[in-house]
Write a new protein. Structure first.
Lengths: 205, 221
């Protein structure tokens, strides 16, 4: 059975139609690459699936049931990371990570948080305010969050933006582990991520 | 931990880490309330007459000042999306944010108001009623302001729009709040005014957080 299934998705912004008739289904262990030129609606498609933006028509199903009916189950199992990483400048990396996880209902120990930050190469930066971190280092906080969250469906918008090559391969590793555990992922990206070959949706403007 | 506790604790921590905003609100309140005696003259009779009204208007404007950033910073850095998509109901953390906003602005204003009231020579009973009125009225200002602030998210010229939306809605709070102190000063009972403020607060606490939630959803769509 497919974990997530979308049929006939369509969305328009004002007068312009962004996409229509987008269908895909993902079984556990599969990931979907959303590709397309700038402005073709990749972000909007991800936001539609996550439930932030309203669809014109079409339906998204989670474990065979429409997401409208299982909204809180879906939100508990889904982790969305958009363009803006949701990181507070005033708080440290560790605090940001702890807050992000607490919002989703997990409260790991400080040691677990420190280990996760160490694993993404932020062990020297975990006690300084996030405003002094670079864009790539902020992304790494997001990666640490991926390792600690138990979500089975990732919806990620350009997760490799601002990451260096070491960060990119680290992300590929995370994705591979996630898929092996039976998770699935929707990722808008221009890069080839070296995990199992994805299913693809190509959006044309 | 519920969404309410999460948002309340986080926003208070942010306000503590970044006290400029609260200090600015308090400084604005004290400064403007202190400018009036300089402008209208230091005649004790006149000051006693206008004191409670002036303090209420200053508190209202000071509370308004801090509204624009209530949801805007979370909107800009993406936290608002994460909150909307969290498994917990939106209403919890929205209410938590509003409560934290009150604790960081309305509460200091309420606590400071007796000091300013002394400057205007109000008698002790009127000072008490003024503070009580502010204690009931400022949470209502935060609730009304939050709904308006959520409505202006992402709009161009949001600041001016927020003033046009929120200030008219603040009028009843001002009338009953200042009216309570006024009634007390002229020897009448302040109870009807305070009861109406209390009733407004209860209705507002039930109706306005869902309105703010709906506005946030629209802003993120």
């Amino acid at each position: 059975m497919s974990a997530i299934e979308a049929t006939g998705l369509a969305c328009s912004r004002g007068d312009s139609r962004l996409f229509r008739d987008i269908s895909f289904s993902l079984a556990p262990g599969e990931w979907l690459a959303v590709r397309g030129a700038n402005g073709s609606g990749k972000t909007t498609l991800l936001r539609c699936v996550a439930g932030l933006t309203r669809l014109d028509c079409g339906e998204v199903k989670w474990n065979g049931k429409p997401v409208r009916e299982v909204a809180s189950d879906f939100r508990a199992a889904m982790l969305y990371a958009g363009h803006a990483p949701g990181i507070k400048d005033e708080l440290t990396a560790a605090e940001n990570l702890r807050d992000a996880l607490a919002l989703r209902g997990t409260r790991p120990d400080d040691a677990v948080i420190d280990d996760a930050l160490k694993a993404v190469g932020l062990e020297k930066h975990r006690r300084i305010p996030a405003r002094r971190l670079s864009a790539g280092q902020r992304r790494r906080i997001g990666m640490a969050r991926l390792t600690l969250d138990s979500a089975s469906c990732w919806i990620l918008d350009e997760p490799l933006a601002a990451l260096d090559s070491q960060g990119e391969s680290m992300f590929a590793g995370l994705l591979a582990t996630h898929l092996q555990r039976g998770g699935c992922a929707l990722i808008a990206t221009h890069h080839d991520i070296g995990a199992t070959p994805p299913r693809e949706v190509r959006l044309t403007p | 931990m519920s969404g309410f506790a999460w948002a309340f604790a986080r926003d208070l921590r942010l306000a503590w880490r970044h006290p400029g905003e609260t200090l600015m609100v308090v400084a604005f309140f004290v400064l403007v309330a202190s400018l009036f005696p300089l402008g209208v003259g230091a005649e004790p009779q006149l000051l006693r007459r206008i004191g409670s009204g002036v303090i209420w208007v200053c508190a209202l404007l000071a509370a308004f000042l801090s509204l624009s950033s209530l949801f805007a910073s979370d909107y800009l850095d993406g936290t608002l999306e994460q909150m909307v998509l969290s498994p917990r109901p939106m209403i919890g953390w929205t209410s938590g944010k509003i409560a934290a906003h009150w604790a960081a602005t309305g509460l200091p204003l309420t606590l400071l108001s007796p000091l300013l009231a002394l400057q205007y020579g109000l008698d002790a009973d009127t000072v008490a009623i003024l503070a009580l009125g502010l204690a009931l009225g400022t949470p209502l200002l935060s609730l009304l302001g939050a709904a308006c602030s959520a409505l202006t998210l992402g709009a161009r010229g949001g600041g001016v729009l927020l003033a046009l939306l929120a200030l008219p809605l603040f009028v009843p709070v001002l009338i009953f709040g200042a009216g309570a102190a006024e009634a007390q000063a002229s020897g009448l009972s302040a109870a009807p005014h305070l009861s109406l403020l209390g009733a407004g607060l209860i209705v507002g606490a039930m109706a306005l957080p869902p309105a703010a939630c709906a506005a946030i959803r629209i802003a993120l769509d």
